[in-house]
Structure formats: structure tokens, C-alpha cells
Design a protein around this ligand. Structure first.
Ligand SMILES: [Zn+2]
Ligand SMILES: [Zn+2]
Length: 652
């Protein structure tokens, strides 16, 4: 027999007839694997289970446990969507249809917009096609024939793709019943297993992402192999929507955007400004404790400054264009480092003064494309909790540890628990992308590792993720949907001290070059506020809450007593409001709950007589009457200790 050797991941080798398929191998291994198999991997690449094997190979059968196989599954779901749309609307033109995170999309050109009712119909049609378990079949056809096929059916975008991407002479196509798609594949064997999906929305998109091209409609779908995964995803999505900082920010009057001011330039409303002020005061206090000196520097500078720093060369596409003024070119700063460097340089430093730690809530401007701007999380004007530490190489480790302690402390106080550390290192295979000598890099990488190890912090290493001027530690926070983004960062920099010829006088009386550490502890005020809004769904811990207590007189007769209570609470340094509207108590309580105010102080005739307040907490409910002095002492203690009142802990 004409046999080939098939080596499985466990190392076992099987002799099979040439032309055996991965599906047949799976069936030999176990009926269960045959049932669960989605796609196969041979020698590193993915292939259809039905593709005959014609040589000795290393073969793995992939199931839903493998993320790559799940993406193949989603890609097949995208084809199913296109097949359903073509059945219902035969004249649509097709763009591309790839898998994406949590699902898939397909692009169509159709004159009428797809409505929510259309999506329902399409979804039903997809279920119908899926239940017929139609095979996904791969075909190779000559390129000329492929073009002819698409020309005849007026699929001009597909023609374009075949022209550009297809390699002569044969082109790979997949069919799902009547639907034919130019596609590299692979796909799952048939439509039958595609059950757990939901069409989510339609969004406009330009062909190939280029604004000059035809506008298309993208239908997005969520898709998982198992129904319970889809259910869980949709539940988290609902939760994320409920906590979306843009929505909560509006409901709680935290910030607003105005067309007249411009996109990405949010306005902080009084309540949002109060939260921000708390954050700012909090971090300034931590920094003072840690030996930082605070400075103020202007939001703009001459272009020359950024030419010197190298930002102009490496970064000017992310900057606002310069403005000309009395023969000078000025630009809004995209970062604060050069200003701080010039403060360091404004006097001579001896090694005894190092480290010099300069900090500022520095406002900066970055050109973000209008398409990515969002609420407070992606903006064009932002204020960073920034600092630059100038130190000797020997001091890097201690300074780095100091920043780490600051980060850990801040996260603890803010109630942030979902985060991880990423040590971003130089790509050892590609060192010419980076500045400075091997010795400095080796030193910096070593001290970063040592510092992390001595703090006992788990981290993952990411070679190739370093800044061009030095290695860095990124601290990534995850949101409700599990997406990670860098909020805090500590970067070691050998480059800027050279660019600006920085020095200090060493113990030997000679000039030496300091090392610079860039660090941001709680990110920009905009992003951290957006994160905290979503973390708490607007119910900030009392110390951060814009209004910490509201006084609710039961009738107008208690307004006078309520006013004295308000004054007393205010004098204790608590942010307090008085709700003396002529409304029923129930309505006042409901409004205070909606505003997520931690404490409601109900005052009626009894309280006025006894000099007490009846305390109600937004999540713990009725706490009964308390003498004013005791209530205020408890509240002060809660605020001063920055106690966290997460919905979870309150529910216990
Ligand atoms: Zn495809
Ligand atoms: Zn910097």
C-alpha cells in the first residue's frame, strides 16, 4: 500500500494510506474527537479536516479548546452569514468576511440600509441553513475562471480581490450550498455546528478601510462554539453597557462633550471635576510622601524642543500641527518630558542631590483620529500624572521599586484589583531598532527583573515591546470585557539624557550622565476617571463620590433643622447637598439612589427634636437614627481611611 507517516502531538506515529484525511485520523483516535474536531494543523499551518494528506506530516486535530480553531469556526459563521444574505437579497455585492474577536463580520453593498428587522430575518435564515448541515467545500479553479464567475455575478469587489491576491494559476474557493467565496480557508466541515451566534449590529465601513472608496455595510455577529459561552458573553456585554462611562457620565453629570468645542475635548462638569480633584489631590499627596517635587510647565513649546528630543522625528504624526507666531513655530506638547529635562538642566547637580524627582499633572495634546475618540477614555487633550526621575545607574533599582510601591498603593486605595505586569524588553534579534549600548540595556533589564522579583510580583516578559530608548514595565488593567490596556508605565531612558547632554557631578568631581525614568502612576485623569466610573458603575467609594451625603427633610417643617444639619456636615469637610424640594420622601430617596450618593440623611420631626439623623446608605439600606456627632465621626473615618464600598462587599 502507498502509505504515509502521520505523527500526532503525543509523538505516536501512524501509518495511513496516502490520501487519508484528518477527519479519518480523528475517527480512528476516538469517536468523540471525530465529533469535536473543527480543523487540523499540519506542520504549523491549518487545513480542512477533509483535505487529503499526501506526505508524511505532523498532525494535530483541533477542537473548540484551541483559540485558532475557534477563529476558523467564526470564519465559517461569516460565510454562513453571507450565504443567508445572498438568499434573501440576491443583488447585494460582497466585500470581505473575516472572523474577529468574539465573532465575525461580513461586508455588503446594498442600497437600502439593513434594518433590525432585516437582521432578524437574516439570523433566522442562518439558523435554517445551519440546520441543513451544508458542507463547506474547497475547490481550486483557474484564476481566469474565478474572475469570469465574479464578473458574471457583478461582484466587482471580489474581482478586485482575486486580481490582487490570487496566485496563478489556481484559486481557492469555498462553497456553502449555493454560496461561493474566494477564500483561503480553512473552514469547519459543515454548517451544522454553528448554532451559538447572534447578529449584533450594522456599521458603515469603507471598502478596504479607505474613505475614498465605496461605503459598505458591515453586519457584525457574536459567535461561539457553545451556547453557554455566547450567553456569558452577552451577559458581560450587557454589564459593560450598563457601566459604560459615557452613559454613566451623562446620567451622573460628570462630563459632557460639545460639538462647538470639538471632538475628543470633553468638558468636566462640576461633579466630574470633583472626582478628578480628589484623584489629583490623592496622587499629589502620595508623591509628596515619596519625595517628589511638583512643578508647573507650559502646555506648548517651540518645535525646536521636540526636534532636540527626537519627538518631532518619531512622533510628529501624533502631534497637532505647529502654529506660527512672531517668526517662531510653537506646538502643543504631546508629552511633558522635555520640559522637565530643562528644569533639571536649569542648575548644576551633584550626585548628593540625586535622585531628582520632578512631577506634574501635565496637560498634553495628541492627535487621535476622530474615529477612535470616545468619551473620556480616548481624547485629544489629557492630563497625565507624570513624573521624571533623574538618577545614577546605581539608583535605578531603588527608584523603580519606589514607583512600584506607589502603583500598588494607589491601586489598593482606588480598589483596582484586575491588573497584570508586563516587562517590555528589547528584541534581542533586532537590536539596531534601539538606542544606546548593550551594557546599559543589560543593566536596566537586570535591575527591572531583580526589582520585580524582590517585590514578589508576577509578570510576563514581552521581548520587542520596549520603547526605542529603553526597557519598561507596563501595568495593564482589564475592563469588564476582559480587555487589557496599559494604564501605568515605568520606563528607563538612556536616550534623552544624551540628547540634552544632562550631567551630574560625581564623587570623583567629574561629570557623569544621569539615567532618566519616566513614570505614570494613575495614568491620565481622563482615562483613570473613565476606568473608575466603569469599575464602580458610578457608585464611587465615599472618599471619591462627588456628593457624599444628601439631607432629606421629610416635610417643609424640618427645612430649618435640615439646613443646620447641612452646615454641620459641611463644616466637617463632607461634600453635602440639601434636597429641600417639595417632593415626597420616597421620590427624594429614589433620586439620591439614582445619583448613587452614599449617604441619605432623613430628618423628620423626631430627628429635629432629638438632634439626630436617620441614616440610609445607598447599598446597605436603612441604618437607623444616629446622633450627629457619631454619624460625622464614622463618616470622617470612612473618608479618611478611603474605605472601599464596592457593591460586592456591600451586598455581604
Ligand atoms: Zn472566507
Ligand atoms: Zn516622559
Amino acid at each position: 500500500m502507498d502509505a504515509i507517516q502521520i505523527t500526532l502531538p503525543d509523538g505516536a506515529s501512524r501509518e495511513m494510506p496516502r490520501g487519508t484525511t484528518a477527519a479519518q485520523v480523528a475517527a480512528q483516535i476516538s469517536p468523540r474527537l471525530a465529533k469535536e474536531a473543527l480543523v487540523a494543523r499540519v506542520d504549523g499551518g491549518l487545513i480542512d479536516l477533509s483535505q487529503p494528506l499526501d506526505r508524511d506530516v505532523k498532525l494535530s486535530i483541533l477542537t473548540a479548546k484551541d483559540p485558532e480553531a475557534v477563529q476558523v469556526f467564526r470564519h465559517s459563521a461569516a460565510h454562513l452569514l453571507a450565504a443567508a444574505v445572498l438568499e434573501l437579497y440576491p443583488n447585494v455585492k460582497l466585500g470581505i468576511g473575516p472572523p474577529i474577536e468574539n465573532g465575525f463580520f461580513y461586508e455588503f453593498v446594498r442600497e437600502a440600509p439593513f434594518t433590525p428587522e432585516d437582521l432578524e430575518k437574516i439570523e433566522a435564515k442562518m439558523h435554517e441553513l445551519a440546520s441543513r448541515d451544508i458542507p463547506n467545500e474547497r475547490k481550486l479553479i483557474p484564476k481566469a475562471e474565478a474572475l469570469e464567475l465574479y464578473r458574471k455575478s457583478n461582484q466587482e469587489f471580489k474581482c478586485e480581490l482575486v486580481e490582487e491576491k490570487a496566485e496563478e494559476p489556481m484559486v481557492s474557493f469555498y462553497t456553502t450550498g449555493k454560496f461561493v467565496d474566494f477564500c483561503r480557508g480553512p473552514h469547519i466541515p459543515s454548517t451544522g455546528r454553528i448554532k451559538a451566534f447572534k447578529l449584533m449590529n450594522v456599521a458603515g465601513a469603507y471598502w478596504k478601510g479607505d474613505e475614498k472608496n465605496q461605503q459598505m455595510q458591515r453586519i457584525y455577529g457574536a459567535c461561539f462554539v457553545e451556547q453557554k459561552q455566547l450567553d456569558e458573553y452577552l451577559r458581560r456585554l450587557e454589564e459593560a453597557k450598563r457601566r459604560d462611562h459615557r452613559r454613566v457620565g451623562k446620567e451622573l453629570e460628570l462630563f459632557a462633550v460639545s460639538d462647538l468645542v470639538g471632538a475628543g475635548l470633553p468638558l468636566w462638569l462640576p461633579k466630574g471635576a470633583t472626582v478628578r480633584r480628589q484623584l489629583e489631590e490623592y496622587i499629589l499627596e502620595r508623591e509628596r510622601e515619596a519625595g517628589y517635587q511638583h512643578v508647573y510647565t507650559p502646555d506648548l513649546a517651540k518645535v525646536d524642543l521636540y526636534k532636540r528630543s527626537g519627538h518631532w522625528e518619531h512622533y510628529h504624526e501624533d502631534m497637532f500641527p505647529p502654529m506660527e507666531l512672531e517668526h517662531e513655530e510653537l506646538v502643543l506638547r504631546p508629552m511633558n518630558c522635555p520640559h522637565h529635562i530643562l528644569i533639571y538642566k536649569s542648575k548644576r547637580h551633584s550626585y548628593r542631590e540625586l535622585p531628582v524627582r520632578l512631577a506634574e499633572l501635565g496637560t498634553m495634546y495628541r492627535y487621535e483620529r476622530s474615529g477612535v475618540l470616545s468619551g473620556l477614555s480616548r481624547v485629544r487633550c489629557m492630563t497625565l500624572n507624570d513624573a521624571h526621575i533623574f538618577c545614577t545607574p546605581d539608583q535605578i533599582k531603588e527608584e523603580f521599586s519606589g514607583v512600584m510601591r506607589l502603583v500598588e498603593r494607589a491601586y489598593r486605595d482606588l480598589g483596582i484589583t484586575q491588573y497584570s505586569y508586563r516587562l517590555s524588553l528589547r528584541d534581542p534579534a533586532n537590536t539596531e531598532k534601539y538606542v544606546a549600548g548593550d551594557e546599559m540595556w543589560a543593566l536596566a533589564e537586570r535591575v527591572l527583573r531583580e526589582a520585580l522579583d524582590s517585590l514578589g510580583l508576577p509578570y510576563k516578559e514581552a521581548p520587542g515591546e520596549a520603547a526605542f530608548y529603553g526597557p519598561k514595565l507596563d501595568i495593564q488593567l482589564s475592563d469588564v470585557m476582559g480587555h487589557e490596556e496599559t494604564y501605568s508605565t515605568i520606563q528607563i531612558d538612556f536616550h534623552l539624557p544624551n540628547q540634552f547632554d544632562l550631567s551630574y557631578i560625581g564623587a570623583d568631581g567629574r561629570e557623569h550622565r544621569p539615567v532618566m525614568i519616566h513614570r505614570g502612576v494613575i495614568s491620565t485623569m481622563e482615562r483613570m476617571t473613565s476606568y473608575l466610573i466603569e469599575l464602580y458603575g458610578g457608585a464611587f467609594p465615599t472618599w471619591l463620590a462627588p456628593v457624599q451625603a444628601v439631607i432629606l427633610p421629610i416635610t417643609e417643617r424640618q427645612n430649618e433643622y435640615a439646613a443646620t444639619v447641612r452646615q454641620e456636615v459641611f463644616s466637617a469637610g463632607i461634600r453635602v447637598e440639601l434636597d429641600d424640594r417639595n417632593e415626597k420622601l420616597q421620590a427624594k430617596i429614589r433620586d439620591a439612589q439614582l445619583q448613587k450618593i452614599p449617604y441619605m440623611l432623613v430628618v423628620g420631626g423626631k430627628e429635629a427634636e432629638a438632634g439626630t439623623v436617620s441614616v440610609r446608605h445607598r447599598s446597605r439600606g436603612d441604618l437607623g437614627p444616629k446622633p450627629m456627632a457619631q454619624f460625622l465621626a464614622d463618616l470622617r473615618q470612612e473618608v479618611d481611611s478611603r474605605a472601599l464600598d464596592t457593591p460586592a462587599s456591600a451586598a455581604k
